[in-house]
Design a protein around this ligand. Structure first.
Ligand code: FMN
Length: 288
């Protein structure tokens, strides 16, 4: 598939609808990736759920959301009316829950161009699915019922990233999104800063981890499509991920400090492309 340009929002950092529309025209991005949705409403974790740390933050939002069907009736319609290219994101605790969510998304209109499968959340055993190559493949296979391209969002918290990327690709993922947050814990004095205890680290400080993940997967599997995410705050980090082997990038935590960050990254990248004699950003990579 081809997007108009290779810059998107990162799931969970841009709301469920047109929240960013107050700051810029969301139709200017390659795609708006919405917060991960389950086939049911989910309350998420108790507060406090965010803690700033130098160069980023630790979050344990816990996948709060209204569920796929409520989004199809609300946030999705808002986004389409705003002219956005939309990517839904799905989570579940079991293969069956992913299948159920994907079935619900099968009814979405063509403006929902892909479904990113968030494999980096705890399953019933509190394990991250993306650390299990077999289960990840089964989830990706079950999610094909959504009837559009499926992307696998993987975790950086494993030494088996290449094996897992291979496994989800064989199961039908058209791209891998690298990376989700880095498992972390931060204290406020001597007590955990988050009600959940641990959380996921994101922001500029994890950028080299994302670059390493993209590089390792691209080097081992040159034919794979990769969406790079992690610590992109401006065009320099986006270009670094593209140079490491990504076909497109997503902007997450930077949006909390500057809601226009995704658009700024796109404009920076357009300048970078001109300097490197790339006439159209759409010429970068399969997804771009
Ligand atoms: C507050 C918050 C909520 C997030 N929620 C989700 C989510 O629902 N689904 C998902 O796949 N990733 C989620 N992420 C991970 C981001 O999409 C992204 O992979 C990660 O933050 C690294 O990118 P960044 O450093 O640009 O933020 C969340 C991140 C943050 C900070």
């Amino acid at each position: 598939m081809r997007l108009a340009n290779p810059v998107m929002t990162a799931s969970g950092t841009a709301g469920l609808g047109t929240e960013l529309g107050a700051y810029f025209d969301v139709s200017s991005l390659g795609a708006v990736v919405v917060k991960s949705l389950a086939p049911f409403e989910w309350p998420g974790n108790p507060a406090p759920r965010l803690a700033p740390v130098p160069g980023g933050m630790v979050n344990a939002v816990g996948l709060q959301g209204p569920g796929v069907e409520a989004w199809l009736r609300g946030g999705m319609i808002e986004l389409i009316e705003a002219g956005a290219t939309v990517v839904a994101s799905l989570w579940g605790r079991t293969i069956e829950e992913y299948r159920r969510g994907a079935e619900m998304l099968a009814g979405a209109p063509a403006e929902v161009v892909a479904v990113e499968i968030n494999l980096s959340c705890p399953n019933l055993d509190k394990q991250i699915i993306a650390h299990d190559a077999q289960m990840s493949a089964e989830v990706i296979a079950a999610s094909q019922v959504c009837g559009r391209p499926v992307w696998a969002k993987l975790s950086p918290n494993t030494d088996r990233l290449v094996e897992i990327a291979r496994s989800v690709t064989a199961a039908g993922a058209e791209a891998v999104t690298l990376v989700n947050t880095v498992q972390a814990r931060t204290l406020d004095g001597v007590a955990p800063a988050l009600a959940n205890g641990s959380g996921g680290l994101s922001g500029r400080c994890i950028h080299p981890i994302a670059v390493r993940a993209v590089h390792d997967v691209a080097a081992a599997i040159p034919e794979i499509s990769i969406i790079g995410v992690g610590g992109v705050t401006g065009g320099a980090e986006a270009a670094e991920l593209l140079a490491a082997g990504a076909d497109a990038v997503q902007v997450g935590t930077a949006t909390f400090a500057d809601p226009r960050a995704p658009l700024r990254v796109l404009r920076d990248l357009e300048r970078w492309a001109r300097q490197h004699h790339i006439p159209r950003l759409a010429d970068i990579g399969l997804l771009g």
